[in-house]
Design a protein around this ligand. Structure first.
Ligand SMILES: NC(=O)c1ccc[n+]([C@@H]2O[C@H](COP(=O)([O-])OP(=O)(O)OC[C@H]3O[C@@H](n4cnc5c(N)ncnc54)[C@H](OP(=O)(O)O)[C@@H]3O)[C@@H](O)[C@H]2O)c1
Length: 242
């Protein structure tokens, strides 16, 4: 395991607290675990750290060179650990992993009670004709809420590429981030992260609407397969007056 001295202290404190039977510890109100160290983690981790949050990356191999350099780029308070260790010390957990690994990942993260889970995943299967289709009956957002019923799941960041997360201005105007989830406080926390990135949050209701924003990915991907590639940006505009 590779981590900063701050997290060595934090994880030791967590293990001591658990050994004393005091239950899971919260080290800071602003510790965010980012599970996965790919494109989304590389975009959002350093950005969230720049707002003052402590970032702990959860990786299958936290000692890998690419993880070490991501931690160094993220800042002095950043660290890396196993996925379960990262989730244990965090208040919010971003699932920056492939959509079809989420069930195994979530069920291996330990006690997620009360934690905010941010879900940017887009489930899809690709048929013989190369077109993407729905991969789950409901949505990954709802499934995650079911696998972690006492956590507070917020679907967000799934309607844009990592490039837009890093540089919203490149889209030519404000970009809106649709969010759904059952817990208003959790959505308020994610909305602050969204605003910090220079994006605009919009609350579109409870987690049962996750399927609506997950389906946007299918349209985007299928248009490319059909020879009509496009980039889209969700953007609020005034409603026309009748
Ligand atoms: N790329 C985008 O622009 C974008 C935009 C919006 C949403 N998303 C969604 O966000 C999620 C992450 O996307 P990404 O582009 O960052 O993906 P990615 O570059 O493929 O990275 C995913 C990370 O997940 C971990 N991982 C891979 N396989 C795993 C497994 N079997 N079990 C547990 N962990 C595993 C890996 O980290 P370790 O090797 O360190 O464990 C890997 O770096 C996806 O669900 C994607 O659909 C992506």
């Amino acid at each position: 395991m590779k981590h900063s001295s701050k997290s060595v202290t934090g994880i030791a404190a967590l293990l001591l607290t658990m050994a004393l039977g005091l239950g899971p510890a919260t080290l800071s109100a602003e510790t965010i675990a980012i599970i996965g160290t790919g494109a989304v983690a590389n975009a959002l981790g350093p950005a969230f750290a720049s707002f003052g949050h402590d970032i702990v990356y959860g990786s299958r191999n936290p000692d890998r060179d690419s993880v070490t350099s991501l931690v160094a780029r993220t800042g002095a308070s950043a660290s890396a650990a196993t996925q379960a260790e990262a989730a244990a010390v965090a208040d919010a957990v971003l699932l920056a992993v492939p959509w079809n690994t989420v069930e195994a990942v979530v069920t291996n993260l330990g006690d997620l009670s009360g934690k905010i889970i941010i879900d940017p995943t887009n489930p899809r299967i690709v048929g013989d004709d190369g077109l993407r289709d729905y991969a789950v009956e409901t949505s990954n957002g709802e499934l995650i809420q079911g696998w972690a019923p006492t956590a507070r799941v917020v679907k967000a960041f799934n309607t844009m590429g990592w490039e837009t997360m890093l540089d919203p201005g490149a889209s030519g105007g404000p970009v809106t981030v649709p969010m759904v989830g059952n817990d208003d406080d959790a959505k308020a926390f994610v909305a602050e992260l969204v605003r910090g990135l220079g994006l605009e949050p919009i609350d579109l209701g409870p987690i049962r609407y996750a399927h609506a924003i997950e389906s946007l990915y299918l349209l985007w991907g299928n248009a490319a397969t059909l020879g009509n590639p496009f980039q889209y940006h969700f953007r609020r505009a005034p409603r026309p007056q009748r």
